[in-house]
Design a protein. Sequence first.
Lengths: 133, 150
Amino acid sequence: MSLFNSIVPSLTRPLARRENGGADLGPTVKPYYEVKETDEAWGLAVYLPGVAKDGLEITAEESQLRIVGRRAWKQPEGWTALYRESTDAPFELVLAHDNAVDAGKIHAELTDGVLRASLPKAEAIKPRKIVVS
Amino acid sequence: MRIVRYTYPESRSLAPASGLSLRSPWAGLESEIDRFFESALSGSTGAPLDNRFNVDLYDGKDHTYVRAELPGVTRDDINVEMVEGYLTIQAARKQQTGDREESFSFSRSVSIPDEVQPDKVTAAYENGVLTVTLPKKEAVQPKKVSIAVK
């Protein structure tokens, strides 16, 4: 058994290797998102129903963009849940971009539970013409 | 999940060139499978392309409540109808992509357990969530009559 485990080490590692941010969010849910690319930037739309502006956190680190959305609604006291499909878990989305995004120029807006962001491409990765002398 | 175009890892990470390598020869394959499972099993929610949205049903003392997750829809595009104990929510989302306009429509019917007063149903849309409040009929509460015994 240990011989087998040494050949395939992934069997002995913990199964779900989840990265949690600085604050411990507990279980999170990955929201639905779309990315569209143009020459200048990426357009990102993330669907975060139930998240208001103060529950939204966008962190742009060197190689990844992390979006955390906490739901604004709490179930009132007198309500009994008969049937639930949604969850109270916060949304978390991590997009790895390997320094392709210019973090200082990101524009984002949140309306009606949809986060729309424009992620301008970093100068280094934009196509450049090289002149041959 | 990556937004840059995916580049396959070079083969040399799977078979180290020098005899002694700090990285196990399986490390490249391992990380690829990890990535695959992470993206497949993380379970993304509320995929709008499916034309389905999450609906919750709650019961209160005098009201029944329905909450529907409908991000990115304008109020005018939401239709809520109440027919014979079924609440139908229809919504349309229009998106401008360049020259084209894409339109997605969703529709769901939920059966409402108790007797409700259909003309007093209200709905509010906030942060992408539609909350429908259905007041219950007052006849539901039984009247208690005390009888004196002679």
